[in-house]
Ligand binder design. Structure first.
Ligand SMILES: Cc1ncc(COP(=O)(O)O)c(C=O)c1O
Length: 469
């Protein structure tokens, strides 16, 4: 098969041949396969992907927010290359400098933020880190039941699926005895209690508190005050749930109830961590201190994957969580830790805390202008560079999945024409009704690129509306 040396370009015949092989030999179980006509991508740079023809796609999802620092970021790529030449492989039972320094940097950052001493534990992939956090919780509480949010997503391994709200992800895999009790999330645009944000007086928290009113609501022994649930797994901003931003006071109110009954708070920052919302952790917007934080994705900017858990010292000290409590062959792999360390250095030297909210406001303002023009855009919101565009029917409320999917396909076709040349647009879909564009661009996206992204988005939306009318 003939390929361009650095462009990765290939002929249409070669690309079609690959698609035929994929159809025959690849499992589809490890992906989500949204696209009826998939593309073969061959290059990535900055905010863009390039398909086998060399067509440029503006990426507004950046590998589900794993590539926060832009594709092929030279500083992070070089950290990986340096490590390949220095210590590329090492069994995790032996120590290397980068693992130790990375743990130190994360732990110190948490200590500065939460005034809590803790330790850091590594694994590969978000779901695996969620599993590890569940072990920490179980050891400490001696219980295996969790609260989690409706609309929450914590991964697809078996234990992570048990605390992920969607039954669709569990239904073909037998009985889940440890399935979480799912609590409504403060999704104010579609309040599960049909309340209005301005006047609800946190009705959702009051409903949660009511669970503890009598033993007959099934969660607490009123005689001992003990709760059957060990922890509440939260996403400060829901990721797959559709980048839903809760009211600022929500989590501090919830935490009061959790503290009353000794329920730990586990903060899943796998998607929103590493400045996606303009702060190192999304939970920092909400003035609460979680007991455990789980992270992954952008820690290595999508290079050699690494995930991890930070926990308060008393939960993770070696006397309670000794060697072998969890282990994976690749858990603290040197390539991942080297890139993770460089990400932490890059963050320390950046002004993301100012730049990301500024870019987010600039992007959001343009999306709000589009909302005025298109009744099909029911809600636009966001925090930092985690933005949501909720697609509805003309009433601006009834979810419109068909239009959402059509816009995704039009973007992925690579046949948009904004800016005078053939282009594509990469969009991801989330939300309870699969009608929300969850927009997570590169942190280095320029204002010019945001302008172009909005033009491309409008072109795809308009074409989608025309196609379906
Ligand atoms: C909030 C959250 N938790 C957990 C996960 C699972 O991580 P992974 O896909 O790396 O297993 C994800 C992935 O999208 C996520 O967004």
């Amino acid at each position: 098969m003939k390929k361009g040396k650095t462009t990765g370009k290939m002929s249409t015949a070669a690309a079609n041949n690959l698609l035929a092989l994929e159809e025959k030999y690849c499992s589809w179980g490890d992906t989500v396969h949204y696209a009826p006509h998939p593309q073969i991508f061959s290059r990535a740079q900055g905010s863009c992907l390039y398909d086998h023809r060399g067509v440029e796609y503006m990426d507004l999802q950046m590998w589900y927010s794993a590539v926060n620092f832009g594709y092929a970021n030279p500083r992070l790529n070089n950290a990986l290359k340096r490590q390949i030449d220095k210590l590329p492989q090492l069994a995790c039972q032996y120590l290397h400098e980068e693992k130790i320094l990375l743990a130190e940097k994360i732990a110190r950052r948490m200590e500065a933020t939460f005034t809590e001493k803790g330790r850091v534990h590594f694994n590969v992939g978000g779901s695996a880190a969620i599993e590890d956090s569940l072990k920490l919780v179980r050891i400490h509480a001696g219980k295996n039941l969790m609260f989690a949010f409706m609309g929450g997503y914590h991964g697809r391994t078996l234990a992570a699926s048990a605390i992920t709200s969607s039954y669709r992800y569990r239904e073909r895999f037998g009985h889940f005895g440890d399935r979480a009790l799912f609590v409504p999330y403060p999704y104010c645009f579609r309040c599960p209690y049909d309340k209005k944000k301005d006047s609800c007086d946190f009705y959702c928290i009051k409903q949660f508190e009511r669970l503890f009113e009598t033993e007959y609501y099934g969660v607490v022994d009123k005689k001992t005050g003990k709760c059957e649930f060990a922890a509440f797994y939260v996403e400060a901003i829901q990721g797959t749930g559709g980048y839903v931003v809760p009211p600022p006071e929500y989590f501090s109110q919830l935490k009061q109830t959790l503290d009353r009954y000794g329920i730990m708070m586990v903060d899943d920052e796998i998607q929103m961590g590493f400045f996606r919302t303009g702060k190192f952790l999304a939970i920092e917007h909400f003035n609460v201190v979680p007991d455990i934080v789980v992270f992954g994705k952008a820690l290595t900017n999508g290079l050699n994957p690494l995930s991890g858990v930070w926990a308060k010292g008393k939960l993770i000290s070696p006397d309670v969580f000794p060697p072998g409590s969890t282990h994976s062959t690749f858990s603290s792999n040197p390539l991942g830790t080297a890139v993770g360390l460089e990400v932490m250095n890059l963050i320390a030297e950046s002004n993301f805390e100012i730049e990301i909210p500024r870019k987010g406001r600039y992007f959001l303002a343009q999306l709000k202008e589009l909302q005025k023009k298109y009744p099909q855009i029911g809600d636009v919101d966001g925090l930092g560079l985690a933005l949501r565009v909720e697609i509805c029917h003309k009433d601006g409320y009834a979810p419109n999945k068909e239009l959402t999917d059509t816009v995704v396909d039009l973007g992925l076709s690579g046949n948009l024409s904004a800016g005078g040349k053939k282009r594509g647009l990469i969009l991801d879909v989330g939300g309870y009704y699969k009608n929300v564009f969850t927009i997570a661009p590169s942190f280095y996206i320029t204002e010019k690129e945001i302008d172009l992204a909005c033009v491309l988005f409008e072109e795809a939306l308009q074409k989608g509306i025309n196609r379906l009318s």
